[in-house]
Design a protein around this ligand. Structure first.
Ligand SMILES: CC(C)(COP(=O)(O)OP(=O)(O)OC[C@H]1O[C@@H](n2cnc3c(N)ncnc32)[C@H](O)[C@@H]1OP(=O)(O)O)[C@@H](O)C(=O)NCCC(=O)NCCS
Length: 220
């Protein structure tokens, strides 16, 4: 169903949320990078580049931090995912060697355009927040555009929250672009903006005012 159409919440028995693993990787990359955010497309230098670069950035981030992914599976297959920084089981893609990422970068941009993408990635990095101490951090959230607006995003957020509580965390954090309509969903789920970062050059590049750090306290 297209976003904006009248959508009903999917009943809980129409999908299940489970831990993702290496077999899900291809589908997860489709979910994350086929419908990338405008901010991300601007940094990548275009839609095609965003699709090609996405998995590289994702792999690099995963390599650096380790992560756990939960996937939402409906009868049609995986329709949503949430990635968290804390968790017991790393998905296998944390083991993909760096040289593959470097090769993809070179293949996508060629030698002449490498300095440009490096510069834009540095620009994006300026807007990054320091990790919130002791927080369970949400690094990615995506739902298939065909089934958005039917409660899947909220269900994934609640699943991650339950995981955080089970592990004894008292706070969850995430970062997002200030223009991302997902902010409304996060606020509805109890997240509050605790810090903002902006940069004139970044705004010129992406038309986004900046980025938010949002947290949710888990008391009781
Ligand atoms: C954010 C996202 C995961 C939400 O998934 P979802 O299954 O549609 O979420 P839900 O059905 O539980 O909630 C829908 C709510 O999300 C918000 N929302 C998120 N993105 C939206 C968009 N592009 N347009 C309109 N509303 C959006 C709205 O508040 C909406 O509720 P409302 O229509 O009643 O106001 C999904 O839109 C997505 O994959 N977006 C692209 C990736 C992304 O931005 N991820 C977050 C990065 S921090």
């Amino acid at each position: 169903m297209a976003l904006g159409a009248t959508a009903e919440l999917l009943p809980a028995n129409a999908y299940r949320i489970r831990a993702g693993d290496a077999r899900d990787l291809k589908r997860l990359h489709q979910l994350l990078f086929n419908a990338s955010q405008p901010e991300y497309i601007a940094v990548a230098g275009g839609l095609e580049q965003a699709r090609a670069l996405g998995p590289v950035v994702n792999l690099l981030q995963a390599l650096l931090r380790g992560s756990q992914t939960f996937v939402c599976e409906a009868h049609s297959g995986i329709v949503g995912m949430i990635e968290t920084r804390e968790g017991g089981r790393d998905v296998r893609h944390t083991l993909v060697p760096l040289w593959r990422a470097a090769w993809r970068l070179l293949h996508t941009y060629g030698v002449s355009r490498l300095p440009g993408i490096v510069r834009r990635m540095q620009l994006r990095a300026r807007l990054e927040f320091a990790a919130v101490p002791g927080a369970y951090h949400l690094t990615q959230l995506a739902v298939d555009p065909q089934v958005r607006g039917r409660g899947m995003g909220a269900a994934l957020l609640r699943h991650a929250e339950a995981d955080a509580r089970r592990r004894g965390f008292r706070r969850i954090s995430l970062t997002t672009g200030s223009a991302n309509p997902a902010c409304k969903l996060f606020e509805r789920e109890g997240f509050r903006i605790v810090a903002q970062r902006s940069d004139a050059e970044f705004t010129r590049l992406t038309a986004s005012a900046g980025r938010f750090l949002m947290t949710k306290e888990l008391y009781g």
